[in-house]
Design a binder for this molecule. Structure first.
Ligand code: 6GU
Length: 225
C-alpha cells in the first residue's frame, strides 16, 4: 500500500512512521509513505499557499490552486482509491473505517491548516473527509498520523501472531481485557489466579468475560446494535 500525504508542516510527520510497527511495515515493503510539502506547488516565489477568506473573518484559508496542482501532479504517478481530507467536521474515524481503508492500494491524505481548505477542493477532489474525534487540533498532521498508524498495522504481514490485530480492542466491538506480566505478586497485588492455571479454555472464557464487563462499564455504546 502506498500513502501520500500533503502538508505545510512535513516536520510534524517525520517521526511518527519511523518507529515500531509502522517502521517494520515500511522495511518489509508492505507500506510506502511519502510526505509532500505543499509549498512545492505555491502560487508565487514567497511560497504562498493560503489567503484571506472571502466574506471576512479571522484566519487564513488554504488556496485551491496549490492543492489542485499538487493533487493532479501526484495523480499522474498513482491512481488514488481515496483522496482524504483530515478535518474536524469529517466522518468520525473508527476501526471499521480503518479496516476498510487498509484494503486500498493508494491513498492521498490532505492535512488542513488555518481555517481549512477552499470548499471547491473538497467538492472536486476529496472523496472522504475524516475526523479523529470531537475536539480541535491545530492542524490535520497529527490526525493523519493517527489514521496512517491505524491503517498500517492492519496490512497483511505487518503484525505477527503475537501482536495480531485480531485481539485488539474494538476489532470485535469489545474492549481488550486486563493484562498482567511478572511478578505474580506486585507489592501485595496478585495476578488473577486463573491466568496462572495453565488452562487455555478457562483463560479464554475469563478474558472474554472481562472484555464484556469492561465494555459494559466503559463503552456501553459499543454493545448497542
Ligand atoms: Cl482531522 N483535524 C483537526 N484540525 N482537528 C481535528 C481533527 C482533524 N479531528 C479531530 N479534531
Amino acid at each position: 500500500m502506498k500513502i501520500d500525504i500533503l502538508t505545510v508542516l512535513p516536520e510534524l510527520l517525520e517521526s511518527p512512521f519511523q518507529h515500531s510497527i509502522l517502521k517494520r511495515a515500511k522495511e518489509k515493503g508492505l507500506l510506502e509513505i511519502r510526505v509532500h510539502h505543499l509549498r512545492q506547488w505555491a502560487v508565487n516565489e514567497y511560497g504562498q499557499v493560503d489567503d484571506y477568506q472571502y466574506g471576512g473573518g479571522a484566519g487564513m484559508v488554504m488556496m485551491p490552486e496549490p492543492l489542485a496542482n499538487a493533487i493532479e501532479a501526484l495523480s499522474k504517478e498513482a491512481h488514488y482509491d481515496e483522496v482524504i481530507y483530515m478535518t474536524p467536521d469529517g466522518s468520525l474515524l473508527d476501526q471499521r473505517m480503518s479496516n476498510q481503508l487498509s484494503l486500498k492500494e493508494n491513498i492521498l491524505i490532505i492535512c488542513g491548516h488555518y481555517k481549512g481548505i477552499d470548499q471547491r477542493i473538497r467538492d472536486q477532489f476529496v472523496t472522504l473527509e475524516v475526523s479523529i474525534g470531537s475536539y480541535v487540533l491545530s492542524g490535520g498532521e497529527l490526525a493523519a498520523a493517527v489514521l496512517v498508524d491505524t491503517i498500517g498495522r492492519l496490512l497483511p504481514g505487518v503484525l505477527n501472531d503475537e501482536t495480531s490485530a485480531l485481539f485488539d480492542s474494538f476489532q470485535d466491538d469489545l474492549l481488550a481485557p486486563p493484562v498482567y506480566t511478572r511478578p505474580a505478586d506486585f507489592r501485595g497485588a496478585k495476578v488473577p489466579e486463573i491466568l496462572l492455571s495453565g488452562d487455555p479454555k478457562k483463560i479464554e472464557d475469563w478474558r472474554h468475560e472481562q472484555s464484556l464487563q469492561r465494555t459494559q462499564e466503559r463503552r456501553p455504546d459499543l454493545l448497542e446494535p
